[in-house]
Design a protein around this ligand. Structure first.
Ligand code: ZN
Ligand code: ZN
Length: 317
């Protein structure tokens, strides 16, 4: 299966501001200058290749949206944050009748705000299946597209819409994918999805709070769902200090996401739902601390790989 990240920001879309762009560009130019001094024969493309990974991409400001594409071309869309706009433009380039499966984790604003801008919704040849553990999802989507907030109502959407209600803990089949569900620790609730294709498994676990005196018990309690995933994209919005300040807000610190993944024997952890108040530099610094924590806490056999979620990144399992 192929997993692609269309939105990795938490809470609020966060375009990079001019001041941050200037600072990042200046650091990138300094990096490029030192590479060029060592080898003036390099072309600009070769210099770019040799630059630090920190300067070759941006974290990205779009809110949560992830796709999983199977060997049989089945497409799962996980959440419709603002990243769903770019995804929709991409999907609508394909012609003919299409089926899209949207698996919603919950309906906090940053996970559904891309829906009115999702191009396949305006294509009458398109069928969109919504899966969620919310029994009143149709009512919530009606409210999202209420006339007082939007030009078009849910009833006027041209695509064919089907709602599938699932109970947390259930599993179901979409194409070749077996999908398992698990409720997470988040105000108002949130669902994690574990997707299996053959012997490979991927978990999407955004918006969850693993923290506090019960942490050890929680890690054990959730072991059976999370164990030995090949790839897990997990909420890691905060530093440890922020997790303490924002107890009950429903998000996890990067180092604790690493801790959970070590206990659950996850093979590759991708840290996501980045805090909108954090610049790329701050997110890289938190990642550096998480990587040091990983090295210091029992990863000598290097079973766990940890990376940052960045808009546009792709993973193949
Ligand atoms: Zn969120
Ligand atoms: Zn949320």
């Amino acid at each position: 299966m192929k997993i692609k990240l269309w939105g990795v920001r938490g809470s609020l879309p966060t375009p990079m501001g001019v001041d941050e762009y200037r600072t990042k560009l200046t650091s990138a130019l300094e990096d490029a200058r030192s590479i060029y001094r060592n080898n003036p024969q390099l072309t600009p493309a070769q210099i770019y290749q040799a630059m630090s990974w920190k300067y070759k991409a941006v974290i990205g400001g779009e809110t949560t949206c992830v796709t999983v594409e199977g060997a049989d071309n089945t497409v799962l869309v996980m959440d419709l944050g603002s990243g769903a706009r770019m995804l929709g433009d991409q999907l609508s380039k394909k012609s003919g009748a299409r089926e899209i499966n949207v698996l919603l984790t919950h309906t906090h604003w940053d996970h559904i705000q891309g829906w009115p801008y999702f191009a396949p919704a305006y294509d009458p040849d398109c069928t969109i299946h919504f899966y969620s553990c919310l029994d009143n999802l149709p009512e919530r989507m009606d409210r999202l597209l209420h006339r007082s907030h939007n030009q078009i109502t849910m009833a006027e959407i041209p695509a064919r819409i089907h709602f599938h209600s699932v109970t947390a803990g259930d599993s179901f089949q979409i194409g070749n994918f077996k999908v398992e569900t698990q409720s997470l620790i988040h105000p108002g609730g949130c669902t994690s999805y574990r997707v299996k294709e053959g012997d490979r498994s991927f978990i999407f676990a955004t918006d969850t709070e693993f923290y506090g005196p019960e942490l050890s018990r929680l890690i054990i309690e959730y072991f059976s769902f999370f164990q030995e995933a090949d790839l897990m994209i997990m909420d890691a919005q905060y530093s440890l200090a922020e997790a303490e300040q924002k107890k009950g807000w429903g998000h996890t610190a990067m180092t604790i996401a690493v801790d959970c993944s070590l206990h659950w024997r996850v093979k590759h952890l991708v840290l996501t739902h980045h805090e909108p108040a954090h610049s790329d530099e701050v997110i890289h610094e938190l990642y550096r601390k998480a990587a040091s924590y990983l090295d210091a806490h029992g990863n000598s056999d290097q079973l766990l790989n940890v990376t940052l979620a960045r808009e546009g990144d792709e993973y193949v399992l």
